[in-house]
Design a protein around this ligand. Structure first.
Ligand code: FAD
Length: 460
């Protein structure tokens, strides 16, 4: 392998902790080695060799995943396959509104390549400076623009994948219509490195909106935030590109952990971040926003609001929202729930669950925020003051998860909206997913990776 990949392509010994430790520091592992191929052919060669010698492979992009899927276990026998050196944008096809990039291309660089071509690649999330296109597709990432543009799956037109036996599937199509049998692309998207290694992808691009406007609004209840969402849809339709909520505790945590960040509105029960992307220009966008927020005040669902006056302010509003995971990481381990529910049942879920958790363990703190427009909440639970986070997790994680996921399931929701399953939710998936769906998933895994060498122990 060393011969094939060269000095920079295979790391053995030395400090490999950047590849062995996940972002949340929940799954520290030990790698056999780290392979860093620079081409699809190199990836295929590595996989063939691993197949021949029965070595398990853990694909890794930016290692920002939140469910323990991208780091090796502690056996010292799993090879980390980092795609970080495969970061070329191979093609931007303006007439086809598509872009083809390698899997290790950092998301922010994919976005920048689209901008250089006068277009927009809308996938956007707080980790975009580090996460990679391959990781985004392997986890079917969502983020802040799903409301208008869909998640990674909906943005993808084609894939190039190295299979578990080291063959290359050349599926890089820029086609928007292709009904030639089973959809292999959709099988690999969201498979978290368990079915194949994504080496490149062709993604959809969109026209740049003429104007992007951001506002914050405070609401007395989550019911009011849902009412404001309805109003925003009614008034702006497709122009509504972001609708995020943050509970009081989320912004208080940011104030504690990151006091340098400006917080333009007084803390309320809920703060909403709205974004409009308007094709008709600045004046029109501002008119829509002002009308919408005034209507919100009149109907009693908005308490206070601030429209960003310039790009700098818009960025600072987004930064506030995107800093919540960082503030949480700084505050110590917490119990994360990335759940989705029909938007209509979210207020009822939160009321029930907040009360149930307060009764279960007084002083518990719920950091609740997320993409309300997509029905996706990050319902995260922190230890009561004075309780060490690690002790809190050891003593209460299982009981809290059961309460939260039971309530989600009763309402027809999902235990993983956008982060995936990895190792964190594998047992929950096994216990809660429809048995027929699980059997089909296991059959697919057996068919594509019969030796169970690709990311074993993740998802299934
Ligand atoms: P990694 O973490 O390296 O890997 C993730 C999974 O994909 C692993 O199972 C890995 O084995 C597999 N994988 C990676 N590359 C490949 C490949 N080329 N082929 C096959 N399998 C591969 N996620 C959201 O969806 N929405 C958000 O809003 C969001 N916000 C976040 C904010 C922060 C601060 C952080 C730290 C994370 C956030 N995430 C979010 C989670 C994470 O960033 C995304 O899931 C991201 O898409 C992972 O990309 P990555 O390159 O870091 O993948």
């Amino acid at each position: 392998m060393q011969q094939r990949l060269g000095e920079a392509g295979l790391l053995r010994g030395g400090d490999l902790s950047a590849y062995e430790q996940d972002w949340r520091k929940r799954y520290p592992g030990r790698a056999l080695a780290v392979a860093r191929p620079a081409s699809t052919d190199d990836v295929a060669a590595v996989i063939r060799l691993c197949h021949q010698h029965r070595v398990a492979v853990v694909p890794q992009g930016g290692n920002t995943g939140l469910v323990g899927g991208s780091t090796p276990d502690d056996s010292g026998r799993q090879l980390v396959l980092s795609l970080a050196r495969m970061k070329r944008v191979r093609e931007v096809d303006v007439a086809n509104a598509s872009l083809t990039a390698e899997a290790g291309c950092v998301l922010a660089e994919v976005q920048a390549a689209a901008v250089r071509a006068g277009l927009l690649f809308p996938l956007s999330l707080a980790a975009e400076g580090s996460c990679t296109l391959g990781g985004n597709l392997a986890t079917n990432a969502g983020g802040t623009q799903v409301l208008r543009y869909g998640n990674a799956r909906e943005l993808c037109l084609g894939l190039e994948v190295v299979t578990a036996t080291g063959e290359v599937w050349h599926g890089l199509s820029g086609l928007r219509k292709d009904n030639t049998g089973y959809d292999l692309r959709d099988l690999f998207i969201g498979s978290e490195g368990t079915l194949g290694v994504i080496t490149a992808a062709t993604m959809k691009l969109y026209p740049q909106p003429r104007e992007r406007l951001t506002a914050l609004a405070t609401c007395a209840s989550l019911e009011d935030a849902v009412a404001l969402l309805g109003l925003a849809r009614e008034r702006s339709g497709d122009a509504l590109t972001g609708y995020e909520v943050m509970n009081r505790a989320s912004l208080a945590l940011v104030a504690r952990e990151l006091p340098q960040l400006a917080q333009p509105l007084a803390h309320a029960a809920w703060t909403v971040l709205l974004e409009l992307s308007d094709a008709e220009g600045a004046e029109h966008a501002r008119g829509v926003f002002e009308g919408l927020l005034e209507a919100g005040v009149e109907r009693g669902c908005v308490q206070d609001a601030a429209i960003a006056q310039n790009l700098h302010q818009a960025r600072s509003f987004w930064h506030l929202r995107e800093s919540i995971p960082l503030a949480q990481a700084q505050a110590g381990l917490n119990i994360k729930h990335d759940i989705s529910l029909p938007v209509s049942s979210i207020p009822g879920f939160v009321t029930e669950m907040d009360a149930a958790l307060a009764a279960y363990l007084p002083g518990i703190e719920v950091i609740d925020f997320g993409h309300l427009g997509d029905g996706n909440l990050h319902y995260n639970v922190q230890a009561p003051a004075g309780v060490a986070p690690a002790t809190f997790l050891a003593d209460h994680e299982a009981a809290i998860n059961t309460r939260v996921y039971d309530a989600v399931q009763r309402r027809g929701g999902s235990i993983s909206a956008e982060h995936g399953i990895g190792r964190l939710k594998r047992e929950e998936l096994g216990a809660r997913k429809d048995p027929t769906a699980l059997a089909l998933m296991r059959a697919i895994k057996r068919a594509l990776d019969p030796l169970d060498l690709l990311n074993p122990g993740r998802v299934l």
